[in-house]
Each structure stands twice: as C-alpha cells, then as structure tokens.
Design a protein around this ligand. Sequence first.
Ligand SMILES: Nc1ncnc2c1ncn2[C@@H]1O[C@H](COP(=O)(O)OP(=O)(O)OP(=O)(O)O)[C@@H](O)[C@H]1O
Length: 417
Amino acid sequence: MGIRPTSEKFPLLVILNPNAGKKNSLDVFTKTIQPALQQADTPYQFIETASKGFAQSYFKDNVRQILIDLVQSLAANPAPGATQPSGVGNEVEATAATTGPPEVVLRIMVIGGDGTVHEVINGVLQGIHGSSDSFVNDNFRPMVELSIIPLGTGNAIATSQGVTTPQAALDRFLGGKSVPLRVVQVSQRDTTPHTTSNTNNSDNTQCTWKPLMYTAVVNSFGLHCATVFDAEGLRSLGNVRFKASALKNIAFLKQYQARVEIFGSVQKYDRLSHQLVTDTSTTINATTSPQQEQQSSVTLTGPFTYLMLSKQSSLEPGFVPTPFANTSDDWLDILAVQNAGRGQILDILGDALKEGMHVKQHEKVEYYKAKVVEIETPTQGRLCVDGEFLDVAAGPEGRVRFEVVSDPNIQLFYLSV
Ligand SMILES: Nc1ncnc2c1ncn2[C@@H]1O[C@H](COP(=O)(O)OP(=O)(O)OP(=O)(O)O)[C@@H](O)[C@H]1O
C-alpha cells in the first residue's frame, strides 16, 4: 500500500474511513479538519481507507518504515531541548541518547469510529511485534498518540472522554494533551502443545494461550454481542440500527450459557456502600503462591443475559453500561447480568441510558473490576470483540482469555484529550 509519510511530511498521519457512521467523514474533513490543520500550520499525510481491513494492513505493512522516517527526521531536526531519539532495529544507527527515554511520538488522527481505531491499534502492534524481530524495547519505545475525530456510529472511546463532536475532538488535538490508552489482549486456548510462555492453569492442567488481537473498547457475550452482530446487517438504517437490533433481540430474549472466571485482583461494586470494594484475599502480591494465582477469584456460572468486559465507560452518548471504566487504568470493567427476564433487562438497559444508574439500582447487575478474565461456553458460542466476532468452540478448547496488558512494549498508545 504505497502511501507512507516522508520525513518532511511529519508530524501527523490522518487516516479516514469514508464508510464510518453517516458516511460524512470526507465532507467533515474537507470543511472542518483540513482548514484547521492548515491554520495551525500542521503538516500531515492523508490516507483514506479503501475497504474493511485496509487501516490494519496499512499500519502492519508500514509502521516500521514510518517510525524509521520519524526517527531520522527527528535526528536531523531535533526540537530545542529534546532528547535525541535512539535507533530503530538495524536500519537506524543509535544516536547519542544518554539521558531519559527517547521522545519519539507518532501522531495519528483517526477520522471514523471505534472499528477504525481498533484496526489502527492492531495494525501498529502487528507491524511492530508481528515479525520475528520486534524493534520496540527499552532502548526504543515510541509513543503512538491517537486523536479520534468521532464520525462513527457509537464512538465509545471519544464519548467516554466527553468528546461528542468533530470540533471538540479537533480542539482537544490542537490542545496537545494526552492520556494513556490501555489495551486488552484477547487470547484463545492453544491446544497445540508449544509456543507462548503466557500460561494459566484454570483447570489445573498446563495451558498456553495464542494471542488473537488487542481490544480498546468493549468485549461482550449474550444480548450485547447478538445486538452488534445483527446491527451489522442493518447498516443501511444508519445510526438507529443498534436500537432496532436491540429491540429485536430483547423481544426474542435468550439466555446464553457460559462460565466466566476472574483471576487475580478483583474489585466488586457494593450496592450498600455504593462503592467499589477490593477483595483483599484476591490481591496478587509477593506472598501469593503460583497455585493461588491459578485459582479463580470469582466464578460466574451463568446463564448470562448480558455480559460486557469494557475499557470504556460509555458506548454512545448517554449509554453508560460500565460507568467506572477508565481508558487509562489497568483494569477491565465487567458488567454481568445473569438469567434476567425481558422486563428486568429493559429496566437495566433503560437505567444504563441514565448515565449508569443500573449499577446502583438493580440486584441482577453485578459489577467487577478485574485484570484477567476467561470465558468458556459449553456449546459453540460467539463473542464480540471491539465490533468483530469470534466464534468459539465448545468447552475448554474454545476458552478465551482477556487480560489488560502491562507490557510497556504493547502499551504504546496515548489518546488526545
Ligand atoms: N472504505 C471502506 N469501505 C467499507 N468499510 C470500511 C472502509 N474502511 C473501513 N471500513 C470498515 O468500516 C467498519 C466501520 O467503521 P467504524 O467502526 O470506523 O465506524 P462505525 O461502525 O460507524 O462506528 P463505531 O464503531 O464507532 O460504532 C469497520 O469495520 C472498518 O473496518
């Protein structure tokens, strides 16, 4: 995919999905974003996605060269007082980086929705770590700063930061402030005996995990997953497609069989004190034995009506299913509703539309903050992972693991706020 920025074009890459949301992103870019960038004297390279998967492939194929160009450009023209960037892989000779980490910031403006952001994140990480020689390490660790212009349907990441219009997002970008954007690794049980050192022993046998992708928004099972799945086929309805799909799935409400296990540290929402309470018996510390680490701290046996594992508090303006979720913390927020009837789930979702009242009010709502969660379904099941779908095999071999990543070589992302 030919286009990539050259050093004189830095510091900004703009990637635009013309198919997102109301399909007006190109228009908004031309009328609002482009003039503002020109006025702010911000040079940029523009990339328009041509199809689903384009953004991911683009970054997978090009991010290495993009970073090399950026490092060379910074080395040739260092900002006054800036730390010199050190080398990337073998291509760039290490420069005299003697104090502090290299300050290499790759800025990417994403014009579209959460699906496009998901592709950018996964493409960047595949490009950096996909080949045998990952070139990001303690000596070279760039920041990847995302500025999201919310022109998708839900825009969960931007909405969770209180940004609901392109102009507000543009103002945040121009303001230059950013916070960490933490991602969740999604892995599936690897039944072939070899590879990763990432082990867990949830059923008392040695188990390895095959990383599948990273998510930054929401993973779900049950009603929410079915709603997103059916809404894909209703794209022609525009933004009301989620409501139409949700109503259909509530009318024909199903309960979804699964077993959910939370490992390690857990906080649970306590409806009496109205706060999150840490279960100290689950806290992992120096005295925790490997056996204790491998036992689940919480097990939910279902059946589930609604199950959501989220890094964002809001999925669209006003809809706040996981009100304590924080883009920048290292927790994964879990909303679990087991075996609820139609009236109960309507009440719960109605209150989630009132800025997250459901957590305070409904006995059927369980709310946790966790680090590692595993899901297993007794029959073939479907998970929604940032708007994509993962069909999982029945039983232990289809088990899926969600883990907020602590590896600094993965946690490269920042968000303009
Ligand atoms: N040029 C294109 N043509 C068709 N689909 C595209 C194109 N570029 C990207 N896509 C796909 O469009 C899908 C929807 O994009 P995106 O998520 O950005 O918008 P959305 O679904 O409207 O918003 P949100 O995810 O915030 O609800 C993504 O799966 C993305 O891969």
